[in-house]
Design a protein around this ligand. Structure first.
Ligand SMILES: [Cu+2]
Length: 410
C-alpha cells in the first residue's frame, strides 16, 4: 500500500522530531514568558556594559564563521561531485559594492532631509549671510563631487570586476585627463579660497566711521562663566589689569582709568537691532571660545591677549521666535572650546531688541563700581549704595562721573 509506504518509519521519525522540537520550543517559550512576566529583566545596565558588546561582537564573529564554513562545505561538495564552481565570488563582491553604493546614497539623502532640518535658522547678522552663502556654495559643489565620484568608484568596482572571459586593458597614462582633473579642482578651490579671504577681510578689517561708532561690550571668559561689561554713558569700556584681581574686583578693573567709573555689569547680553556691536574678548585662565552660532560669530578668547569681533545683528529675538515658529527661541552665547569639566555649562542668553527697549534696559544695569571698590580705590562713597548712578538721567550720570574724575585727580 502506497499510504503505508508514505507513513513509513522515516517520515514518522521526521515528523516526530519536528513535533518534539516544536513542543519543546513552545514549552521553553512559555516558561520564558512566565519568567519574564514574573520578573521583568532591567536591560538598562546590561546595554551599558562593555562586556555585553564584546559578547555581541564575538557572537557575530561566530555567526559569520559558521556561515563561512557552511559555504565552504557547499563548495567542496560541488567540487568533489565534479560540478562547476559553486559561488561566483567576484559577482557577489561586485553586487555588494552596488548595495553599498545604494545604501550610501540613501544615507546621503537621509542626512540632508532629516539632519538638514536641524541646522541653525537664517543668520541673524549682516556678515552671517555671507558666511551662509559660502557654506551653501561649498556644500553644493562638494555634494555634486561626492555623489559623482562615489557612483564612479562603486560602479567601476562592479563593472570591471574579474570576469573569466575578460582581460584587463593596460592604460597607464593620459595627459588630457591629468590636465582636466588638475585644472578644474584648482580653479574651483581658488574661487572658494578667494571668496573666503574677501569675506574674512570684510568681517575683520572694518573702516571705522567716527559718526557711527559700534557699541563696545567686553566679555571676559573664565572657568566656567562669562562676565559681561557694558561701557556706560561714555561709550568706552575702561582698562583692566590682571594684577588688580581680588575677591571684590574679580575682573581686575583699574579705576585709575576714568572710563571704568560708569561701566556696567549685566547677567545677559542685550543688543540693539541693526546697530554694529564690537565685542572685546579676553580670558582669565585658559583659552575659551566666544561662540554666537545664530550670528555666525566665533572667536577664541585667549589669556594675555585681547581680540575683537564686530558685527551687526539684524533680527530681533521676537522676530526670530516668529520666524522659527518657536515661542521659546533664545539666542545663546556658548563656549566652543573644550575648556574643562563644566565647559558644557558655559552659556549666556543673548537678546536682540529694538533701540528703545535697549535704552530702557541698559540704564537699569548696575555699575561695576561698588562702595567696597570705592574704598579700595579711595573714591568718594555713594550715600545710598543701592542707588545706581546709571539708572538716573544723563545729567545725573555726568555729574557722578565728573565728581569721580575730580576725586581721581586729587
Ligand atoms: Cu570655555
Amino acid at each position: 500500500m502506497s499510504l503505508k509506504k508514505l507513513i513509513s518509519t522515516k517520515t514518522m521519525a521526521a515528523l516526530a522530531v519536528i513535533l518534539t522540537a516544536f513542543a519543546s520550543t513552545s514549552a521553553f517559550a512559555q516558561e520564558a514568558a512566565a519568567v519574564a512576566t514574573a520578573k521583568p529583566v532591567d536591560m538598562g545596565p546590561i546595554y551599558k556594559s562593555t562586556l555585553f558588546y564584546v559578547l555581541l561582537f564575538l557572537l557575530l564573529c561566530l555567526f559569520i564563521a559558521i556561515v563561512g564554513k557552511a559555504m565552504k562545505v557547499y563548495e567542496l561538495t560541488r567540487e568533489s561531485e565534479g560540478k562547476s564552481e559553486g559561488i561566483n565570488w567576484d559577482l557577489v563582491n561586485g553586487i555588494i559594492f552596488i548595495v553599498f553604493l545604494l545604501v550610501g546614497l540613501y544615507g546621503v539623502y537621509w542626512e540632508y532631509t532629516v539632519h538638514g532640518n536641524m541646522i541653525l535658522p537664517d543668520a541673524a547678522s549682516e556678515h552671517g549671510k555671507k558666511i551662509d552663502e559660502m557654506f551653501n556654495i561649498t556644500l553644493i559643489i562638494t555634494t555634486i563631487v561626492f555623489i559623482a565620484t562615489h557612483i564612479v568608484l562603486f560602479g567601476f568596482a562592479y563593472l570591471y570586476r574579474h570576469q573569466k572571459d575578460k582581460k584587463a586593458y593596460y592604460y597607464p597614462h593620459n595627459n588630457v585627463l591629468e590636465r582636466i582633473w588638475t585644472v578644474i579642482p584648482a580653479f574651483v578651490l581658488t574661487i572658494l579660497v578667494l571668496m573666503g579671504f574677501i569675506t574674512w577681510r570684510s568681517i575683520f578689517y572694518k573702516i571705522e566711521d567716527p559718526n557711527h561708532k559700534p557699541l563696545s561690550i567686553e566679555v571676559t571668559s573664565s572657568q566656567f562663566q562669562w562676565d559681561v561689561r557694558y561701557p556706560g554713558a561714555d561709550g568706552i569700556v575702561g582698562l583692566k589689569n590682571y594684577k588688580l584681581i581680588t575677591a571684590i574686583n574679580a575682573l581686575g578693573i583699574d579705576f585709575n582709568d576714568k572710563h571704568n567709573l560708569d561701566d556696567q555689569v549685566a547677567d545677559e547680553i542685550v543688543l540693539p537691532v541693526n546697530k554694529p556691536v564690537r565685542f572685546i574678548l579676553t580670558s582669565k585662565d585658559v583659552i575659551h571660545s566666544f561662540y554666537l552660532p545664530h550670528f555666525r560669530v566665533q572667536l577664541n578668547t585667549v589669556p594675555g591677549m585681547t581680540s575683537y569681533f564686530e558685527f551687526t545683528p539684524t533680527i530681533t529675538t521676537d522676530e526670530m521666535k516668529a520666524k522659527t515658529n518657536d515661542p521659546n527661541f533664545k539666542y545663546l552665547l556658548l563656549c566652543a572650546k573644550i575648556c574643562g569639566t563644566n565647559h558644557f555649562n558655559m552659556q549666556k542668553p543673548v537678546r536682540v531688541v529694538s533701540q528703545k527697549e535697549y535704552d530702557e534696559w541698559v540704564v537699569k544695569q548696575a555699575t561695576y563700581l561698588t562702595n567696597d571698590l570705592r574704598k579700595t580705590f579711595k573714591l568718594p562713597l555713594l550715600a545710598d549704595p543701592a542707588a545706581k548712578p546709571a539708572a538716573a538721567d544723563t545729567t545725573a550720570k555726568d555729574t557722578t562721573a565728573k565728581t569721580n574724575q575730580l576725586a581721581l585727580k586729587k
